[in-house]
Ligand binder design. Structure first.
Ligand code: GSH
Length: 226
């Protein structure tokens, strides 16, 4: 990275930005978090031609304006060696990343953004069902077979950032947390991941945001003019 501090622009919440924050912190990169608060700030980024598809998150780094949550994450992971060490492990990593992303998108992060409490609850319960039946058993098995405690190989990879992101919603939303009781390897993994250098400090800092609440939804609606 150049000597200019990277700037990461997103909301003061997890959403599509959190995986990159996890990777930057695991790499111990010093960066500035820019939290969008107003519609004007968002429109200014568009005027300045910083958002390729008029969407955030945005990572300003190495003289570039990088957007798209996964390309941005991949850039950071390539740069700081959070990829697998063989082609065979890399394809396994990509498959696990896809599962982790689908798990998150089944509604763990999005439920709070639904209009009514009933719709929120329905989406969350749908995500719980998907997590329990489709995704958690796979990750539980992979971790049971892992000698390092990480998903792929002997160190942190992009797959860990993506899976921990979704898993931490389950761990931190009290009414769905009991789901973890049937998955001891996932519980141990949360501990292991959370104690990694860089991540330990980040996860216990004010820069780590809780799962979305009504206040975050209010700000996102203002900024994106929903
Ligand atoms: N595929 C994109 C989606 C990005 C996206 O939808 N960002 C939202 C905020 S979470 C946004 O900027 N929306 C503005 C808009 O679509 O007008 C990614 O993964 O980064």
């Amino acid at each position: 990275m150049s000597t200019v501090k990277p700037r990461f622009t997103y909301f003061a919440g997890r959403g599509l930005g959190e995986v990159t924050r996890l990777a930057l912190n695991a790499a111990k990169v010093e960066y500035d978090d820019i939290y969008l608060q107003s519609r004007e700030e968002f429109l200014q980024l568009i005027t300045d031609d910083k958002l390729l598809f008029k969407q955030v998150p945005l990572l300003e780094v190495d003289g570039q304006n990088l957007t798209g949550s996964e390309p941005v994450l991949r850039y950071v992971c390539n740069k700081y060696n959070f990829q697998a060490k063989s082609d065979e492990d890399q394809v396994k990593l990509e498959m696990l990343c896809m599962g982790a992303r689908d798990m998150l998108k089944s509604g763990l992060s999005g439920a709070q953004f639904q209009k009514t409490r009933e719709e929120q609850e329905a989406m969350l319960q749908g995500a719980v069902k998907q997590s329990k039946n489709r995704y958690f058993p796979v990750f539980e098995k992979v971790l049971g077979e892992s000698k390092s405690g990480f998903l792929v190989g002997d160190s942190l990879t992009m797959a860990d950032f993506m899976f921990f992101d979704g898993l931490s919603y389950v761990n931190e939303i009290p009414k769905i947390k009991p789901l973890l009781d049937d998955f001891p390897n996932l519980k141990a993994y949360i501990e292991h991941f959370s104690n990694q250098p860089g991540l330990k400090e980040y996860l216990s800092s004010p820069r780590r945001h809780p799962p979305p609440d009504d206040e975050l939804v209010r700000v996102v609606k203002i900024v994106l003019d929903w």
